[in-house]
Structures are given as C-alpha cells and as structure tokens.
Design a protein around this ligand. Sequence first.
Ligand SMILES: *[C@@H]1O[C@H](CO)[C@@H](O)[C@H](O)[C@H]1NC(C)=O
Ligand SMILES: *[C@@H]1O[C@H](CO)[C@@H](O)[C@H](O)[C@H]1NC(C)=O
Ligand SMILES: *[C@@H]1O[C@H](CO)[C@@H](O)[C@H](O)[C@H]1NC(C)=O
Ligand SMILES: *[C@@H]1O[C@H](CO)[C@@H](O)[C@H](O)[C@H]1NC(C)=O
Length: 220
Amino acid sequence: MLLPLLTTITTLLTTTAHSRPSLHPRSITPPSGCPLPTWQVTTFHWFNGSKSLDCIHNEADINFKDCLCGGPGVWCAPDPATCNGSMVPVCYTGMPNYQPWGFGPPETLDIDFADGLTCHDEYIGYRIHDIGSGESNCGYADRGEGRIVSFYGSSDYDTSTGHMDYVLGDGHALECANGSKITYSGSTDFELNCVHDAFFNATCTAEVFEIPVLSYDWVS
Ligand SMILES: *[C@@H]1O[C@H](CO)[C@@H](O)[C@H](O)[C@H]1NC(C)=O
Ligand SMILES: *[C@@H]1O[C@H](CO)[C@@H](O)[C@H](O)[C@H]1NC(C)=O
Ligand SMILES: *[C@@H]1O[C@H](CO)[C@@H](O)[C@H](O)[C@H]1NC(C)=O
Ligand SMILES: *[C@@H]1O[C@H](CO)[C@@H](O)[C@H](O)[C@H]1NC(C)=O
C-alpha cells in the first residue's frame, strides 16, 4: 500500500522537476493579462577584506581615530604627537576614502541583473548598508520607487548558502492588459562560493541564478 504511493509521489516529483520551464524555475503564474518580470543575476561579486573598515560590527574600528593629513582622503599614522593635520574618527568622516591608515582594501558588493539593473555597495567614510545582512544599493537614482534587493550571506566559508530577496516596489509597477497595475516580489537561496587568500581576504561569487517571482500585489 505504502510503496506504490511513494513511487507515485517520487514519479510526480521527478516529472515536475524535469518539466520546469528553464527561465522561470519556480515563479508564480501572474493574473491573466499581466506581465511577469524575470530577475536573473548575471554577476555576483563580494569582496570582504579581513581588514576592511567595519563601522558596524567592529568596536575598535568604530572608536578608531586616524590622522587626516594633506587633504580629503590622505591619511597619516594615527599618532596625535606627529599628526600634522587633524585626528578624526574614521567611521564618521563621510569622506570618499575607505582605507584609513593600517586598514586593508574596502568591502564592496556588486549584483548585476540581466535586465540592466546594477547594485553596488562600497564602503565610504561611514557605513550605508550592512553588507550580507539585508538591503543593498541598487542605484540612488530611483530609490524612492521602492525597489529593494537584499542579500544575506557570510564570506567566512568556502561554500555556503546565500539568500536574496527582490521587492519590485510600487514605483516600478507593471501594467496589465486591462490597465491594472501590479508589482511583484521574489526570493531564493543560492550557492555562494568564497575564496580566501593568505590574509583571509574573501572574494565571493555565484553562478548565474534567477530569483523566482513568488508573490504579487495590486498597486492603486
Ligand atoms: C484586471 O485584471 C486582473 C486580472 O485578471 C483583475 O484581478 C483586476 O481586477 C482587473 N482590473 C480591472 C480594473 O478590471
Ligand atoms: C603631512 O605629512 C604628510 C606625510 O609626511 C604629507 O604628505 C602631507 O602633505 C603633510 N600635510 C600637511 C598639511 O603639511
Ligand atoms: C588582503 O589583506 C591584507 C591585510 O589586510 C591587505 O594588506 C591586502 O592588500 C589584501 N589583499 C587584497 C587583494 O585585497
Ligand atoms: C567579513 O569579513 C570579516 C573578517 O574576515 C568577518 O569577520 C565577517 O564575518 C565577514 N562578514 C560577513 C558578513 O561574512
């Protein structure tokens, strides 16, 4: 009794897996007459240096003062006795310098989509996003439109599971045949591969993957 049932279930699952359309792995079927977006990540690149400035989690970095000498972005040894400029807390400068004295290259995150959307986060003199813990920066130009691409993951392992959420936002609502406006969101796990050098600087990448559309909302 049980065995045939299991066989049937297995067969069903196998068939489903094989008949998945390759472009929309697990996306919903949109309401009739409505377009469905495709969110394919073509490039994922995350550099997290072992000594990248970290103004969110690292108490020592948060309290660190460096000698700003010779203009914006020029740092000298953090010694008040020899500093020929001024001692400033590196996490609160807001200046386009990401590598104070003694620090390694700054952390950066790039997520590029097949439709042209590009997301780029990098460390500036203060922290905008906590990379790996949520929202990333997909262009300032249309921030008000509500599109949010979030990334969750760790750069500490060679291979791990990353997670990405995509919220299209009301400002990017699509139009259905009857004129109604619809917006979508989606989510997926993906394999995250990180390579560490001798200093444990991490460079993480992922194969091309798609974020399936999992839900919709009407926009009035
Ligand atoms: C337009 O079509 C959608 C999907 O078929 C439906 O849910 C919605 O109510 C329609 N809107 C109008 C204004 O008729
Ligand atoms: C301070 O010293 C550094 C390194 O010696 C030099 O590059 C910089 O121009 C000096 N800045 C000022 C304001 O004199
Ligand atoms: C790796 O980390 C070390 C120590 O912070 C740093 O000096 C070096 O520039 C980093 N290498 C790369 C490729 O970022
Ligand atoms: C970034 O790198 C630091 C230093 O190796 C590490 O402690 C931290 O966990 C990394 N951040 C994430 C989100 O993996």
